[in-house]
Design a protein around this ligand. Structure first.
Ligand code: UGA
Length: 452
């Protein structure tokens, strides 16, 4: 919305939320999300034609296009728990829109949704008692965190699905202010909804595919980065999204695939469901494999050993930790009674502690006192890499922050116990230089020196 406001100064954009604290943050100098370039975009438009408030009902009344951009997390209860999307917030939004609208409005699904959700949204909207009429469009978002501003400025495509060509054109005209027309694709509603889930499933599948190969590389002496380069030059495969890692994270990939799996099951497509579910299984395996490798390499015990965890966000250039591989690896290491000293340049300490607690929560979201004590006793969070790594037995790089590519290896090495292990879950450190200093470096998708 900030980008639309920036590019279209004559269009008033109102962003509303029920959460007053969150809106206050959007109105302050400390935006609630860290995203390169976003501060400037918000500053340019805020107060001019971009407004943040909790005045949901009046904003609906005054707007002609309404974007629904609420959470659609995986359902944690009832039918479809652990797989289906929780559409509670979508439904509440649709009901509020129906209640407050009069005249004609275009309602745009921006949240990622299961196929045919628009059907339910339409039925709720059409029950409006005020005689209002609606067109429902699907306009999924393809930006990635960390590069959001760039992705919004120059998207590969904008997708608009709908039944009314007049409504599609109204929205297309907004994007056409800065995006070439040929990049604005229009489809029917269901294709648009399904394309979003499919795009994320394909992207996650590529990561799981290269991660599967990374396990084979470690066993055989092949190098996964070399394999990725070799296959990526085939123009049919392409070089992007082939970086082997400790596992994909983020709020979308897992959630969207599980949602796809649930849909397939719902439509009786058991084999299709099983096919996509493997992408998530492989990702779980990759995270587990990484923590087991740490334990195995460190003489089968990390109990009471200090492991410096470098990076907690699910990728660089974001403070988002949702489904971060780091959470899973840290939980496994805490189970082994390791002492963790964690450093991430952007994620605050309370977020890290909260994530770790939830990693031990039971099905009802309760965390036992035993686990709370375990975290209290064994986790410290630091403000610099040097503080986190001092007196450690091993380093584990879990996010590919730029500063981990070129830290002062000699100083870190001198402060560590021997052997000084380094487990690179992102293949970003300068392996050769650090090995020369004396580190024992273990990379994803590369056999250890002994096998080589
Ligand atoms: C992803 C998609 O890339 C966006 O197109 C989509 O709009 C978004 O989900 C969404 O549905 O909201 P995002 O999760 O922000 O974006 O970040 P990605 O760059 O896709 O990375 C996801 C995860 O995969 C990260 O943990 C990243 O480290 C990992 N990854 C990515 C790899 O391990 N290897 C790669 O080669 C690429």
């Amino acid at each position: 919305m900030a980008m639309i406001a920036k590019q279209c100064p004559d269009i008033p954009v109102r962003v509303v939320d029920l959460n007053q604290a969150r809106i206050n943050q959007w109105n302050s100098d400390n935006l609630p999300v860290y995203e390169p370039g976003l501060d400037e975009v918000v500053k340019e438009a805020r107060g001019r034609n971009l407004f943040f408030s909790t005045d949901v009902k009046n904003s609906i009344r005054e707007s002609s296009i309404i974007f629904i951009a609420v959470n659609t997390p995986t359902k944690s209860f009832g039918v479809g728990a652990g797989r289906a999307a929780n559409l509670e917030f979508i439904e509440k939004c649709a009901r509020t829109i129906a209640e407050c609208s009069s005249g004609h409005k275009i309602v745009v699904e921006k949240s990622t949704l299961p196929v045919r959700t628009a059907e339910a949204v339409k039925r709720i909207l059409h029950s409006s008692a005020n005689g209002a009429t609606f067109d429902v469009l699907s306009n999924p978002e393809f930006l990635a965190e960390g590069t959001a501003v760039e992705d919004l400025l120059k998207p590969d495509r904008v997708l608009i699905g709908g039944e009314s060509s007049a409504a599609i054109e109204t929205l297309a005209k907004v994007y056409a202010r800065w995006i070439p027309r040929e990049k604005i694709l229009t489809t029917n509603l269901w294709s648009s909804e399904l394309s979003k889930l499919t795009a994320n499933a394909f992207l996650a599948q590529r990561v799981s595919s290269i991660n599967a190969i990374s396990a084979l590389c470690e066993a055989t002496g092949a190098d996964v980065d070399e394999v990725a380069r070799a296959i990526g030059t085939d123009s049919r495969i392409g070089p992007k999204f082939l970086k082997a890692s400790v596992g994909f994270g983020g709020s979308c990939f897992q959630k969207d695939i599980l949602n796809l799996v649930y849909l397939c099951e719902h439509f009786g497509l058991k084999e299709v469901a099983q096919y996509w579910e493997q992408v998530v299984c492989m990702n779980d395996y990759q995270k587990r494999r990484f923590s087991s490798r740490i334990v195995r390499t460190m003489f089968n015990t990390v109990s009471d050993k200090k492991i410096a965890v470098l990076g907690f966000a699910f990728k660089k250039d974001t403070n988002d930790t949702r489904e971060s591989a780091a959470i899973h690896v840290c939980r496994d290491l805490l189970d082994e009674r390791a002492k963790l000293s964690i450093y991430d340049p952007r994620v605050p300490e309370d977020q890290i502690r909260n994530d770790l607690q939830l990693a031990f929560a039971d099905a009802l979201g309760e965390v036992s006192d035993k686990h709370k004590r375990l975290i209290e006793k064994n986790v410290t969070v630091h403000k610099s890499l040097l503080d986190a790594t001092r007196d450690s037995h091993a380093l584990a790089v879990l996010t590919e922050w730029d500063e981990f590519r070129s830290f002062d290896g000699k100083t870190v090495f001198d402060s560590m116990f021997r052997p000084a292990f380094l487990f690179d879950g992102r293949n970003v450190v300068n392996r050769q230089q650090l090995t020369e200093i004396g580190f024992e470096v273990h990379s994803i998708g590369r056999a250890s020196e002994t096998l080589l």
